[in-house]
Design a binder for this molecule. Sequence first.
Ligand SMILES: NC(=O)C1=CN([C@@H]2O[C@H](COP(=O)(O)OP(=O)(O)OC[C@H]3O[C@@H](n4cnc5c(N)ncnc54)[C@H](O)[C@@H]3O)[C@@H](O)[C@H]2O)C=CC1
Ligand SMILES: Cc1cc2nc3c(=O)[nH]c(=O)nc-3n(C[C@H](O)[C@H](O)[C@H](O)COP(=O)(O)O)c2cc1C
Length: 175
Amino acid sequence: MQLAQCETTSQFSAPVIREDYRDAMARLAAAVNIITTDGPSGRAGFTATAVCSVTDEPPTLLVCLNRSASAHPIVTANGQLCVNTLAGAQRDLSNLFGGKTPMAERFAAAQWSVGATGSPLLDGATVSFDCRISHSASVGTHDILYCEVLAVYRRDSSDALVYFGRNYHGLPGAV
Ligand SMILES: NC(=O)C1=CN([C@@H]2O[C@H](COP(=O)(O)OP(=O)(O)OC[C@H]3O[C@@H](n4cnc5c(N)ncnc54)[C@H](O)[C@@H]3O)[C@@H](O)[C@H]2O)C=CC1
Ligand SMILES: Cc1cc2nc3c(=O)[nH]c(=O)nc-3n(C[C@H](O)[C@H](O)[C@H](O)COP(=O)(O)O)c2cc1C
């Protein structure tokens, strides 16, 4: 029973194994983002749901990036990135940037412009946050990248893409 598992977990009588943690995390609805970078170390991009607002003064968000991802050395060496939040019609891009596809093929599938930092801005994203990485911390397999937001680009009329229960869902309507 799922309820019984919850009670056991709350009593700390058994460690939470990776599979149970992932199953639980799959119950959190999340925005889907394509994180891009460009600079002296090259261009790269990957899909991320682990993105969160930290503070509005200075405007700062965080991105959790697996150190084994091919984008990791490029993002961290460039020291800048853009968080492009996907619209409902962009779910194919999420799979492309979340798989093992070569970088050139990922970027060829969409239209881009250039943001303040030089990072690629995704055409049609609901919002793009152009950032410089102010500092980072390592936890387990991931680096937490704290990113100061230098510029924002909003498209208020677009709908949203939500990842929930290991599936994509469209969230309609302008805000
Ligand atoms: N934070 C991350 O690094 C995330 C990585 N992914 C990657 O995409 C694949 C497909 O994901 P799902 O279809 O959601 O199935 P899944 O069962 O592998 O993951 C379920 C949930 O667990 C969390 N998660 C998965 N892998 C994680 C990781 N290495 N570190 C921290 N949290 C993690 C995420 O919230 C994810 O939505 C995953 O296996 C993983 O490789 C997906 C979501 C978040
Ligand atoms: C829906 C979804 C969400 C993801 N979220 C994250 C994330 O928040 N952080 C992360 O490091 N990887 C995340 N990933 C996995 C990366 O996108 C993936 O590791 C990367 O694109 C693969 O990189 P590589 O094949 O170039 O090494 C996610 C994948 C998907 C499909």
